[in-house]
Design a protein around this ligand. Structure first.
Ligand code: TZP
Ligand code: MG
Length: 236
C-alpha cells in the first residue's frame, strides 16, 4: 500500500475496553467504521497480551487492506513488524522515533503524540510523519491524559510548524473529545484562512475513539462525522 498519500481526515483510533467497545467484536466494529468512510485506523489496545495483539492486528489489517486504508499500531513496533502493517503511533514514553524508523524502514508511517511546541519540535527533528496533537477537549477515553490544550494550544503548535519547511510538510491530526457536536469547530477554527494569514498551517484530520467505536452504529457515526468534516470547510 502506498503510504505517501495517506488521508488523515477521519482517523479512527480503536479501544477495546468494556466502557467503549462493550461486548462487541472489535474487528466487526472497525469494519463498519471502514464502510462508513474512516480514512486511517490505529489499533490501540493497552491491555491485551502480545499474541492477542498480533492476532487482532492481523484481522484488522485484512479489513483495512480490503478498504485500501492504512493500519497503524499504537505503542508496539514489534506488532507492526509482525503483521507488516503501514506503521505505528508512538507516545512520549514509547520507543524513540529514530529506533522505530531503523526497525521499520523508510516506507512506514510513524506518528507521534505531542502536547506542546517543545514536544512537536523534538518529534519533527526525529522524523515523525505526522503529529497527533492533543488533548483537544476533555475525554474519558484516555485516563492519564495530559492537560487539555484546547484549540488555542493546537494553534500554538501549528504556528510553530508554520515556521519551518519540515513543519509545513509534517501532517497533523488533533485528538481528544471530538464528536459530532463539536467536529465542525475544528473545521472552522483550525482550517479557516484569515485575512492576515491566507494559507495557514492547518490540521489534516480528526482522530476519534469513542464517537465511533462507542457508537451504537459505527458505520452511521463515521458517515455522519465525515459529512460534518467535509461540509464545513473541506480538508485540502
Ligand atoms: N490521546 C489523547 S486523547 C485520547 C488519546 C488516545 C483519547 C481520545 O478519545 P475520544 O474518545 O475520541 O475522546
Ligand atoms: Mg503510547
Amino acid at each position: 500500500m502506498k503510504t505517501q498519500q495517506v488521508d488523515y481526515s477521519l482517523y479512527l483510533v480503536t479501544d477495546s475496553t468494556e466502557a467503549i467497545l462493550g461486548s462487541r467484536d472489535l474487528v466487526k466494529v472497525v469494519e463498519q467504521a471502514l464502510l462508513g468512510g474512516v480514512t486511517l485506523v490505529q489499533y490501540r489496545d493497552k491491555t491485551s497480551d502480545t499474541n492477542t495483539l498480533i492476532t487482532t492486528a492481523q484481522a484488522l489489517h485484512k479489513k483495512c487492506l480490503a478498504h485500501n486504508t492504512p493500519l497503524l499500531i499504537n505503542d508496539r513496533v514489534d506488532v507492526a513488524l509482525a503483521v507488516d502493517c503501514e506503521g505505528v503511533h508512538l507516545g512520549q514514553d514509547d520507543m524513540s522515533i529514530a529506533l522505530a524508523r531503523k526497525m521499520l524502514g523508510p516506507g512506514k508511517i510513524i506518528g507521534a503524540t505531542v502536547s506542546s511546541v517543545a514536544e512537536a519540535r523534538v518529534a519533527l527533528e526525529r522524523g515523525a510523519d505526522y503529529l497527533g496533537i492533543g488533548t483537544l477537549y476533555a475525554t474519558n477515553t484516555k485516563k492519564n491524559t495530559k492537560e487539555i490544550i484546547g484549540v488555542n494550544g493546537i494553534r500554538k503548535i501549528l504556528k510553530y510548524l508554520e515556521g519551518s519547511e519540515m513543519g509545513r510538510k509534517v501532517k497533523t491530526v488533533c485528538i481528544g473529545g471530538i464528536n459530532a457536536n463539536n467536529i465542525q469547530r475544528i473545521t472552522h477554527q483550525l482550517l479557516a484562512p484569515t485575512p492576515s494569514n491566507p494559507s495557514p498551517k492547518t490540521i489534516d484530520g480528526a482522530a476519534i475513539v469513542s464517537a465511533i467505536i462507542g457508537a451504537q452504529d459505527p458505520k452511521t457515526a463515521a458517515i455522519n462525522l465525515s459529512n460534518l468534516l467535509h461540509t464545513a470547510a473541506p480538508f485540502a
